[in-house]
Write a protein that binds this ligand. Structure first.
Ligand code: NDP
Length: 241
């Protein structure tokens, strides 16, 4: 049997598409998210998939789910830290609770998942952690201050982890997508930030990235031999500025 792949934020968007590709290639999967029904509907199509309703900000829940899957499928060989939120707004008006939720999910969630699998990967001198960042992890966008802070954080921690774990043959990878059609915008509460975002997309001809292409990128990166680390891929619709 192939090794275990754990995907956070598998209930929609990029995570669901990544899950489909790995399932089609016969990897046993642990699919994590907070919406049980969405995870169950997805996993019903797969032969070897466990699901668990996990909030990635809850270390204990997260660890319990991974250990349960590892008891069945063996140690995690790939963790895709994909779960994330983008709550747009400007700092002068936004509810600080939105910053806390977003930074906890996007940064603490990645650190939690990483610590849960990293020691075993280092002991085995084998394994891959792939973090889903964003182009907002390397350039700024208006109305994105807290999101940009979270994704610059993901870029910074990923590169640090890559350096620290290279001697142990553990790969740390990062994907930085541009705008894509997923459920990401459905959580935005600021009407003006949303309309600015839509106007920005319209200025590029309305074109965004298909999540399937992000999933194909993740699969390609992981499929390289363990001694090859594609450290970062930036992927966006050609028309994105
Ligand atoms: P979606 O909203 O479709 O997916 C986000 C996923 O994250 C959902 O499955 C959601 O599941 C999960 N999630 C959110 N909060 C938590 C939490 N606290 N605990 C566990 N799971 C959580 O958006 P995308 O697929 O677009 O987002 C995936 C990643 O891609 C994010 O990190 C995002 O920042 C990044 N990204 C997205 C871009 C885009 O334009 N779409 C561009 C660049 C990067 P549930 O609600 O069931 O918990």
């Amino acid at each position: 049997m192939k090794p275990l792949v754990v995907i956070t934020g598998a209930s929609s968007g990029f995570g669901a598409e990544i899950a489909k590709l790995f399932a089609a290639d016969n990897y046993p999967l642990l699919l994590l998210g907070r919406r049980q029904a969405k995870l169950a509907a997805l996993a019903a199509n797969f032969e070897n998939a466990m699901i668990d309703t996990v909030d990635v900000t809850n270390y204990h829940q997260f660890e319990t789910a991974i250990r349960k899957a590892e008891a069945k499928y063996g140690k995690t060989d790939l963790l895709v830290n994909n779960a994330g939120l983008m709550l747009l707004g400007n700092v002068q008006n936004q509810d600080p609770q939105e910053w806390r939720t977003m930074l906890n999910t996007n940064v603490m969630g990645v650190l939690n998942g990483t610590q849960i699998v990293l020691n075993d990967m280092r002991d085995r001198e084998h394994g891959t952690i792939l973090n889903m960042s964003s182009l907002a992890g390397k350039k700024t966008f208006v109305n994105h201050a807290a999101y940009v802070a979270s994704k610059f954080g993901v870029h910074g921690l990923s590169e640090t982890l890559r350096e620290e774990n290279a001697p142990k043959n553990v790969r740390v990878m990062l994907v930085a997508p541009g705008a894509a059609e997923t459920e990401l915008l459905t959580h935005v509460t600021s009407k003006s930030a949303l309309s600015d975002y839509e106007a920005w997309k319209a200025s590029m001809g309305g074109l965004t990235l298909d999540p399937k292409h992000v999933a194909a990128t993740v699969k390609f990166m992981y499929d390289m031999p363990q001694n090859v680390n594609i450290r970062e891929v930036d992927i966006a619709a050609t028309a994105q500025d």
